[in-house]
Structure formats: C-alpha cells, structure tokens
Design a protein around this ligand. Structure first.
Ligand code: DGY
Length: 322
C-alpha cells in the first residue's frame, strides 16, 4: 500500500522530521513561513493527513476542501486546538488529535518565570540598565514584592495549572487557591483550597495565573469587572490563550495602576501586540514561548507523529480530540 501523504505546515525539530520521513511521504516546510489560507486549503485537499500548529486557522472552508485526496486527520502540534473548527471537523469526519502531557513542566516553568519577572519587576530593571540609567546599588527604589506567604490563584487546575501550583507552593512558599470548571482534587498539594467562584479567587489572590483552554466559553473570562476585583498590588499571568483576557481592559488596568503588573506569553491577535501594551513598564511580554524548549518541542512532535501512525494503522490516535 502506498505510504500516506502528510503535509507539514511549519518547520519541525530535525528528529521529528526524520521520523516523519521514515514513515510517510512527507511535504515539509523548510522555510517555516506560515501557510496562507489558500495554501492550507490546497494542503487539506492534497494530503491524507495535515500536521499543523497554533496560528494555522483551520476553519470550515478549509475543512471542506476536496481534491485529489482529502486529509482525514489533522495532527495538531500543540495541546490547544482553538484554531481548528472542531465542530465542523467532527461533523464531516475529520479526526483531530493534539499533543498533551509533554509540555506541562515547560509551560509551568515559564508561568513561574513570568510570576518572578512581574513581581520582581525584572524587565523594568533590565530595560533601565540597558538604557544606561543604573547609577549603582540603591536601597529603596523600584522594589518588587516577595512570594513567600502570598496567595497564588490558579484558574484552570489541569495538568499545567497543577504543575505551576506545585512550583509556587513547594518552591516559593505560596499558598494556593484555585478555580476549576469541574470539581477537581489536588492530592499533590493537600493545602490547596478550591475557591467558590472566579470572582472570589480574583479578590483573594496576590497572583492570578490562567490555565484554561481558549474556547468560546472562556473568551474574555477575565473582563474589566474581574480585573477591578483584583488587589491593587496583584499580578495577572497568562500563558493560556490571549482571548481569555479582555486585552483592552487589561491595558486600562495596567495604565491606571489598578493592578501592579502582568506577565503575558499570549495575546488576543498574535503576532500583533498592541502598542499600548508595549509602552507599559509594568508588564512582561513574551512571544508565545510556553513550550519552547528543544526537548519539549521534540516530544510534542513525536506525539503528533504517534497520532498519525496510530490513525493510519486504523487505530484510535492516542490523543484524539474529535
Ligand atoms: C499549545 O500547546 O497549545 C501551545 O500554546 C503551543 O505550544
């Protein structure tokens, strides 16, 4: 039987590309330039399987594409699938699979780094130093805040939220409260307390960290009203999806100083970052690098390949979403 033809939309780590080549007929993307909508549509119509990632918007038009072939599986590189129209995929029988599990530690590490960067005002100080404005050690200016004894509020106590809570609690002495859509137990942190509501968590936490999926239900979950509930010396950390936060409302809160700071790895209209956000000194901005270590990106790629291998062996992909 002819090998399945897989079209890959972005450059992948070398060991992942080598494994794909050993198993399938593969069209790689050596240039790493994201596909246009037209190119994604053609890919959908010319492949048996599509390996894509965040930023490749797979909407109903693309899913409807038919040609010489028709991709029957979309193996997403990444855990979040909010860029894929899952409902249409399910309706027309296109399988979608993702790569959960292998990026928990890496993403939790980055969330912890953003907590430290924001509470210790690291990038404000770094920028000052680079501008040549550092005049020597001083005792009282630009002070940050300590984490020990403070409260971390985790919204979305899944795998990444739990991994962050463990770091913050055991490594930095923070108290942990959390809100989860469905009831969860956190046996690894017996002291962690479930908040009754998101509003209660917003009001009680010194640091709020977001770990919910980017779906319609969670769009602007952190609204202007909820930002107003935060303590004036609190920090908001987002390594989940940009549209979970009302970005304009967050900018207003940071500008007015109604919260102390924010650490963001994701934005509403990536890769566009609003000028107003760039101009602020109380926000740390990173370009969606939550899972960006070589080890993790290889593990994610291998997981995407595992999904393809299972699918073409007529098995259920280990991480099938729909
Ligand atoms: C994911 O896995 O969804 C990340 O956002 C991309 O690494």
């Amino acid at each position: 039987m002819a090998r399945p033809r897989i079209i890959v939309t972005r450059k992948l780590p070398e060991p992942v590309e080598a494994r794909l080549k050993s198993l399938f007929t593969v069209a790689l993307n050596p240039s790493d330039v994201p596909f246009s909508k037209a190119k994604l549509t053609t890919a959908m119509a010319k492949a048996d399987g599509l390996l894509c990632t965040f930023g490749d918007k797979i909407d109903a038009d693309i899913l409807a594409a038919n040609g010489a072939r028709k991709a029957k599986i979309i193996a997403n590189f990444g855990v979040g699938t909010n860029h894929i129209d899952l409902e249409t995929a399910e309706d027309i029988g296109v399988v979608v699979a993702n790569t959960p599990g292998v990026l928990n530690d890496t993403t939790a590490d980055l969330a912890m780094a953003l907590i430290l960067a924001s509470t210790r005002r690291m990038f404000f100080h770094e920028a000052r130093l680079r501008r040549g404005e550092w005049e020597g050690f001083d005792i009282t200016s630009g002070l940050g805040s300590s984490l020990r004894g403070k409260t971390l509020g985790v919204i979305g106590m899944g795998r990444i939220g739990t991994a962050l809570a463990q770091r913050a609690h055991f490594g930095f002495g923070m108290k942990v409260i959390y809100f989860n859509r469905s009831k969860v137990l956190v046996p690894s942190i017996p002291e962690a307390e479930a908040a009754e509501t998101i509003d209660a968590l917003m009001a009680a936490a010194d640091v709020v960290s977001l770990h919910v999926p980017g779906d319609a239900h969670n769009r602007h979950l952190i609204s202007a009203e909820r930002l107003e509930m935060m303590k004036p010396d609190a920090h908001l950390i987002n390594t989940a999806r940009g549209d979970v936060v009302d970005e304009a409302a967050l900018i207003a809160a940071l500008e007015s100083g109604s919260i102390a700071g924010a650490g963001l790895d994701v934005f509403e209209q990536e890769p566009t970052v609003p000028e107003a956000l760039m101009a602020l000194e109380n926000v740390t901005l990173l370009p969606h690098i939550g899972s960006a270590t070589l080890e993790t990106r290889i593990a994610m790629g291998m997981r995407a390949v595992d999904n393809l291998v299972a699918f073409f062996a007529e098995q259920v992909p280990p991480h099938q979403v729909v």
